[in-house]
Ligand binder design. Structure first.
Ligand SMILES: C[S@@+](CC[C@H](N)C(=O)[O-])C[C@H]1O[C@@H](n2cnc3c(N)ncnc32)[C@H](O)[C@@H]1O
Length: 369
């Protein structure tokens, strides 16, 4: 009997397609659309026929998987894009419209405006909550959110990725130490000995506490009549409450050397708690960078690993607001994967591009681009 031939690329593509479609609640993934996507992929990837009786079928499939992975991956993205934009059937609802409605509802009910956050990132994060609640559509989730407001907390915890670290990116902190030292020296001599530092998007507080520790180290127990104001702000109220408590799991504190740990932390169960002398240097409060007024005359703004959330327009607006919040020559420290865009490139100068440290140009030194 002739053995049956089977196109193993179809098996592989189906497998990859299924995993690419998990958590995609923004497009139609009904069986008909899935089939169309598969057909689209198969029309663009060469077939590979093997007999089902082949003893080494598993190995052949694995080899083909590796061999064709890149091209199938690329074609899958194309297939999803093309088919989801032109499904053969009428859509029951416009998923993107419902998604916008979901964001509008969050804004209205909780005052947090995610409409200018990166949409793809938001969709991926919101998909986690849909899956956790075993839901298939944004409209189902929207109804659930309205009827179960306690879900907001879980949603925000998923949306606000609040991972941080003490002295995150240690090489940046070497540079920051020098900058803070210069600011302290200048302020000691000045008639206005007020130092204002703002950690915007401070998550669980590691960043503002790192700043406070560095300043303590620079001042070496002297005060020089300086008035030091360090603020940590965020939109995640749970993070702010955590930051105020200042208790961190021991294994999550990586970049603090033993001497600083002994000096500024005290053991508490399996954790380290930041000592009161450092805690009392930092004020935490709720501030939504997308809407609220910023403070003025800030010497250094830290806004690290927060811009990843925002679309370009919102980044531009916030950079202008940072500019206005800084004193002349004030510093802006961004995350290692973030940078200045548009107009902001002309109104800030680079202090250290690797460390993403910039400085406000004085108004009269700005030349038109
Ligand atoms: C990844 S953490 C960054 C923590 C810290 N800056 C660092 O680099 O380690 C990002 C923080 O930005 C906050 N965030 C997101 N949107 C915000 C907004 N509109 N206003 C203020 N903070 C925001 C999140 O809640 C989260 O705590």
């Amino acid at each position: 009997m002739a053995s049956k031939l089977r196109n193993i690329i179809e098996d592989i593509a189906r497998d990859y397609l299924n995993s690419a479609l998990t958590l995609r609640y923004d497009i139609c993934t009904c069986p008909a659309c899935k089939n169309d996507m598969l057909a689209y992929i198969l029309s663009r990837v060469p077939a590979k026929y093997v007999t089902t009786e082949e003893g080494a079928l598993h190995t052949v499939i694995q080899q083909s998987r590796v061999e064709h992975q890149a091209v199938i991956g690329r074609v899958i993205i194309e297939a999803i894009e093309v088919i989801s934009k032109n499904p053969r059937h009428k859509l029951k609802e416009d998923k993107n419209k419902v998604f916008s409605l979901l964001l509008e509802t969050i804004k209205e009910n909780r005052g947090l405006d995610f409409t200018h956050y990166h949409q793809e990132l938001l969709k991926r994060r919101i998909a986690i909550r849909l899956r956790a609640n075993r839901m298939e559509t944004y409209s189902e989730y929207l109804r659930y959110l309205i009827n179960n407001p306690e879900e907001y907390d879980k949603l925000f915890a998923t949306l606000c990725i609040n991972v941080s670290e003490f002295f995150r990116d240690p090489e940046v902190w070497k540079k920051i130490r020098q900058i803070l030292k210069n600011i302290v020296e200048d302020k000691i001599k000045s008639s206005n000995p007020y130092i204002c530092i703002w950690s915007a998007g401070c998550a669980d507080g590691e960043e503002p506490y790192s700043i406070a520790i560095l300043l303590k180290e620079i001042l070496k127990d002297k005060t020089y009549n300086l008035h030091i104001d360090i603020s940590g702000t965020d939109v995640d109220k749970k993070s702010l409450a955590f930051a105020q408590e200042a208790i961190y799991e021991k294994n999550l504190i990586k970049n603090v050397d033993k001497e600083l740990l002994d000096k500024y932390f005290e053991p508490q169960d399996n954790c380290w708690r930041v000592k009161k002398e450092i805690r009392s240097m930092v004020n935490f409060y709720y501030l939504d960078l997308t809407g609220q007024e910023y403070k003025k005359n800030v010497d250094v703004i830290f806004c690290r690993n927060v811009f990843i959330y925002f679309d370009r327009g919102l980044q531009e607006q916030i950079l202008m607001k940072f500019y206005n919040a800084l004193r002349n020559d004030g510093y802006l420290v961004m995350g290692k994967s973030e940078t200045l865009i548009s107009e902001a490139k002309h109104i800030f100068s680079e202090v250290d591009l690797d460390c993403r440290i910039f400085r406000k140009k004085e108004v009269n030194s700005i030349t038109s681009p």
